[in-house]
Design a binder for this molecule. Sequence first.
Ligand SMILES: [Zn+2]
Length: 250
Amino acid sequence: MESDRYLLHEMAWQDISKIDNKKSVFILPIGSTEQHGPQNPIGTDFLIAEHIARKTAEKSPFAFCLPTIPVGVASHHRNFPGTLWVTHKVFEEFVTDVLKALHYHGFDKVIAVNGHGGNTSSILNAISYCNDDLKMTCMLFEWWNHPDLVTSVFEGQSCGHADAVETSVILAAKPELVHTDRFENLTSSSKWGREIGGLYLPSRTDQFSSSGIAGSLEGISLEKGQKLLETAVSVLKQSVEEISAYSSIE
Ligand SMILES: [Zn+2]
């Protein structure tokens, strides 16, 4: 077995059969294929999640990166060409079944690395089921939602949709896919969604943002994007080490 293999889909079953079930942590990148403004690829969410997941597995002796789930819950972006989506119900069952397949092989320590907010509740439902009913140890890592990760690199800014933060991060992960020549003419909705009577009204994105962008466009930076990815990988690597050493849940 080549000991430098960390992408599960590049390994043969004979080598996978030798994996140490107790120590190994399986990293599952999950994202979405949905519009990310005129400047970014529609794969932005899964490409960032995949980048963080693969880099972390590469640096962690007991981590393996699973193939990416590239389509999620994104019907609110449907009026922008190319956006793909599945329903909450199908997505939750799909993620649950993938986790159950891992459990069948004895692979019970899993970190879902999610790049898309619309997926969060479904992933948490899937994880809760697997931890409670199958005694797995599954967790969720979201770079854009992890305490202080974004604000520490972007000086207090939080992450919107296809805004300066997310554009900087995809620029660092996949520079060849970002249309930097379009940065000058971008427009954005100042915040995500709409409100009526002070209450949040779930809406399609095109109902509040003609470009598909929400949040500030000030300060797009390749350097900050790189810094965020490096920090995310080191934070996740630390989690992998602790979860690898963890024995079981009662
Ligand atoms: Zn996104």
